[in-house]
Design a protein around this ligand. Sequence first.
Ligand code: ADP
Ligand code: AMP
Length: 230
Amino acid sequence: MKLLIMGPPGAGKGTQAEGLVKEFSLVHVSTGDMFREAIKAGTEMGKRAKEYMDKGELVPDEVVVGMVNERLSQDDCQEKGFLLDGFPRTLPQAIALDEAIEALKINLNGVINIDVPRERLMARLTGRRICRNCGSSYHILFNPPQQEGKCDNCGGELYQRSDDNEEAVSNRLDVYENQTQPLIEYYIQKKLLKNINGDQEINKVLTEVITSIKTTSNISDYDDSLPSCC
Ligand code: ADP
Ligand code: AMP
């Protein structure tokens, strides 16, 4: 199965992706995570991306498209399928993705849009904490770890992303509205969009997303016999 998860920054894409990749045994391909890994590794691409990310701007299309095309052609994505998170974010990226999936002779099965009103997003993002080791996402109030500052899954240290400050978040929300939100119509036209209310408790959102995937006819290459553990 090949899926996209969309929504504004802070909608809960990463949080839901954690549950979805387990449920459907997919590879999680998050462009934001890939850039953060490149920054950590000190690569040239990471250094270039950081300049845009810290200001809440988008990394240029040609950089992101090249990175995603390479990732999707790798064996694990081909064999298990994937959940793309944070890509595409512009119309040229969506067109490039269509070209890439045509070249790979695969289809997109669905696009999950997590819908959350803008006024909820600032508090979600400024209170977000991420595990330095495994990338799990927490919130100091809405989804706190059992032990402050420590990841429940792996015990890793939790940190605050450098772009989760008020100024960068405000810019990211404007960028989303201007450049990414129009893609909702793009995927409605392709009859792929599944709209989910993300302004509900985390597990309720997950249940609705899973139900929507399992009950939608064009998301049909899901094998019910697969265990949900791997
Ligand atoms: P995204 O990947 O869309 O930017 P995240 O999944 O990282 O968003 O979630 C942003 C923040 O909001 C995190 O701190 C997360 O714990 C919190 N969060 C996610 N889903 C919900 C929800 N349904 N209700 C309240 N807080 C949420
Ligand atoms: P995210 O982790 O999805 O919130 O992304 C963090 C930052 O990485 C964004 O604010 C952008 O600067 C950059 N980024 C991630 N994905 C993309 C993309 N598809 N296009 C351009 N920039 C991106």
